[in-house]
Design a protein around this ligand. Structure first.
Ligand SMILES: Cc1cc2nc3c(=O)[nH]c(=O)nc-3n(C[C@H](O)[C@H](O)[C@H](O)COP(=O)(O)OP(=O)(O)OC[C@H]3O[C@@H](n4cnc5c(N)ncnc54)[C@H](O)[C@@H]3O)c2cc1C
Ligand code: FES
Length: 271
């Protein structure tokens, strides 16, 4: 069983979107009748022959599950190769893996999405899902922070969310920047300033580890209980299916038990 799950499937790069100076999104098409039935929060292992594999969140899923997106920040070996790829190129994908955000359990609640930089990537399918099932949820609030205007991802989505009267979008950059007239300040400070109350709400947080840690602290200061704060953890992964032991925190494996956890499910040092 595990051997079959480890075999990558070929997918074609259909379109590449330049999101920011170091992030590109890829619209990937499954081959033949292949499907990618990913739920919000799940991830895939992407391989480029001769360069190995790396883990990426699924960032958008087509209704027929034949196309899906990943967003890749240029970091090292494999991500540099992916940034050199072109539409029509074929890469390998295994997955989807991991658990997902329990969006159905959140029905009737307001959803607060808090993303920092590339951390918005795994949260976007939650936003898509809530918008597709609008009447099932209360208000949608989105806090998104980037280091500088050039690091802002998903500009087209942000424009749509900004114009949507049912969404409160708070966009911020870390430090003042010439020509930027919007909000300035790191995400945890913005969360505190907004005094986001926990009543009837669920929050989901993803970003660099330091941002997750301080945002969680800010929410707790605002009296959010741990079981109302969800995050998706990022750790170096290899197999993605609980076999290699690279991603364990205590008794849990991020690839198998996560990557999505509420804060009452993980030890403090995991943040
Ligand atoms: C569940 C999960 C979801 C992810 N989702 C995304 C996503 O949506 N988009 C995205 O761009 N990235 C995502 N990542 C991170 C991505 O897997 C790494 O950036 C990628 O593996 C880097 O591969 P590389 O070969 O380019 O870098 P390497 O050549 O392996 O490494 C270059 C340098 O970066 C460091 N490094 C590599 N990976 C990580 C990491 N995960 N954390 C901290 N330091 C690291 C290495 O130690 C090394 O110093 C995710 C990771 C996980 C576990
Ligand atoms: S990535 Fe291998 S055990 Fe989790």
């Amino acid at each position: 069983m595990a051997a079959i799950e480890l075999v990558p499937k070929p997918v074609t790069i259909k379109r590449i979107i330049e999101e920011s100076r170091d992030v590109k999104s890829y619209v990937l098409q499954m081959s033949g009748s292949g499907k990618m039935p990913a739920r919000p929060g799940q991830f895939v292992e992407v391989s480029v022959q001769g360069y190995g594999e790396a883990t990426f969140a699924v960032t958008r899923i087509s209704k027929d599950n034949q196309e899906f997106n990943i967003s890749v920040k240029r970091i090292g070996h494999l991500t540099k190769m992916l940034h050199r790829a072109a539409p029509g190129d074929i890469i390998g994908v295994r997955g989807p893996y991991g658990n997902s955000f329990p969006v159905d359990e959140w029905k009737g609640k307001d959803i607060v999405v808090i993303g920092g930089g590339i951390g918005l990537a795994p949260l976007r399918p939650v936003i898509d899902y809530v918008l597709e099932h609008r009447k099932d949820y209360g208000k949608l609030e989105i806090v998104f922070g980037a280091r500088a205007p050039d690091d802002i991802l998903y500009k087209e989505d942000l424009r749509i969310w900004e114009d949507d009267k049912g969404i409160s979008l708070y966009k911020t950059i870390d430090v003042p920047f010439e020509g930027w007239s919007g909000r300035v300040g790191v995400v945890p400070i913005v969360v505190k300033d907004l005094a986001l109350k926990p009543d009837g709400k669920i929050s989901i947080v993803c970003g660099p580890p330091i941002m997750i840690k301080f945002t969680a602290a800010a929410l707790r200061e605002l009296r959010w209980p741990n079981d109302k704060i969800f995050t998706t953890l990022e750790m170096k992964m290899q197999c993605g299916i609980g076999q290699c032991g690279r991603c364990n925190i205590g008794e849990k494996f991020i690839c198998k038990d996560g990557p999505v956890f509420s804060l009452d499910q993980i030890p403090e040092h995991a943040l």
